[in-house]
Ligand binder design. Structure first.
Ligand SMILES: [Zn+2]
Length: 152
């Protein structure tokens, strides 16, 4: 199912972990409109970067979210969030630095530069966090800090 010009529902639901564990990661029908809004945001990001972006994790049913060790308060099971990389553009740090000042313009509710277990990606959500300081953050194994702090 096509959600937007460049994004298919399958890209926002496919998960190697779900396949490994035999988890059905099909979103409930009522979440589809949210995933369309998410895809629309990803389109704006894609056209800003002017390169294809690769979704590494999108919707995660609560069972899958639990299995990967994510918090129950994560925006992924809500259909609000996606993690992505865009190697043709640059590193996750470079992507986050470009997008962070544009969150309002691009309608990005929250952006997180994540560097965990030796992997890096950019997390974006259509959901605006309650505290403005949490809108642009960096999360690493060492903890959470405000703003985009470059990762090596
Ligand atoms: Zn994420």
């Amino acid at each position: 199912m096509k959600l937007s010009q460049h994004f298919d529902l399958s890209e926002l639901t496919s998960s190697r972990k779900a396949v490994q564990l035999g988890i059905d990661n099909t979103p409930p029908a009522e979440l589809i409109p949210r995933l369309v809004l998410l895809a629309d945001m990803l389109e704006r990001i894609r056209s800003t970067l002017n390169t294809p972006i690769i979704i590494t994790s999108g919707y995660r049913c609560s069972q899958l979210n639990l299995a990967i060790g994510s918090r129950t308060t994560s925006d992924h099971p809500q259909g609000h969030a996606a993690d992505f990389i865009a190697p043709d553009f640059g590193t996750p740090t470079e992507i986050a630095r470009l997008l962070a000042p544009l969150v309002q313009v691009l309608g990005i509710g929250q952006i997180i530069l994540e560097g965990i277990n030796g992997k890096q990606w950019v997390h974006v959500s259509t959901h605006v966090p309650e505290k403005p300081i949490n809108r642009v953050i960096t999360v690493t194994d060492a903890g959470t800090v405000a703003g985009i702090v470059g990762l090596a």
